[in-house]
Design a protein around this ligand. Sequence first.
Ligand code: ZN
Length: 320
Amino acid sequence: MAAGRGRLDAFAKIRDVNRREFLGSAVAGLASAETPPPGNIILVHEHVLVDFTSGKSPYDPDEAFAIAKPHLEEAKKYGLRRFQDCAPAYLGRNPKLLRRLSDAVGVDIWTNTGWYAARNHQYLPGEAKTESPAQIAKRWVDEWRKGVDGMKPRFIKIGVNNGPLPELDKKIVRAAALCSKETGLTIQSHTGNGLAAVEQLEIITSENVDASKFVWVHAYREKDHAIHEKVARAGAWVQFDGVSESSLQWHAECVRFMESRKLLGRTMISQDAGYYKPGQPKGGAFRPYTTMQKQLLPMLAPLWGLQLLVMNPIAAYGKS
Ligand SMILES: [Zn+2]
């Protein structure tokens, strides 16, 4: 009896220590610059390279690689496990470069399929105008099936202008819904304003795609929390990316608002940081991938980081 009891006590002790150490290291790591967190953070919206010249400025991939690599290594020190690169086709998507960086740094890097209608359609290929949503979706499904330069897209990235949405934007959203239905991939949409988010959600759910397959990108640009709440309550994801040194107070407020409405489970944060820009000397200014970990997380309750950067991204996009 005594021996059995002793074993149970010992087991309970080990379990407690494990739990304390796991949560302890995760919490301390997420909240403190001195203690790196465990390797489990997912950055859902960042960029290695964005080509606003859409192929008109040839660049040296070796230079882009050398410039991005130390930033990814620094993020790895702060617990990065997975990096979701959000440059769509015609805007600098470069899976070869991503794969090279992934191998060199030892973090998982994801690329995407989809087209970007934002910035007044200038980055859309001609087929966007002539083809149906189903035809466009088929192109993206093919990329998912066959891979792009040896890398399988793991999410759909589109972009739309401000609402009320132009017809062409609606077509791209419908194509994304059809592609999601076929592949199960989650849709990240660069979104102009809150109205555009609501309109997209209507299109996507009208195609019988679950609201949880839609991520409202750049939700921090919408100042009306009522729309954040509405979209989250409908079951979609509200993504406050764009965390930077000058935005910390607003991003913290957005997250605290969602938590106050018990909607932290539909919220994500990221930085939209980087990136090498072809056409600029040395790729221009590069914003680091660690501002959020160093400066925003310490402003929030420690366990929120675990929810926002580990649990929610897995729930939204799946495991690696
Ligand atoms: Zn972005």
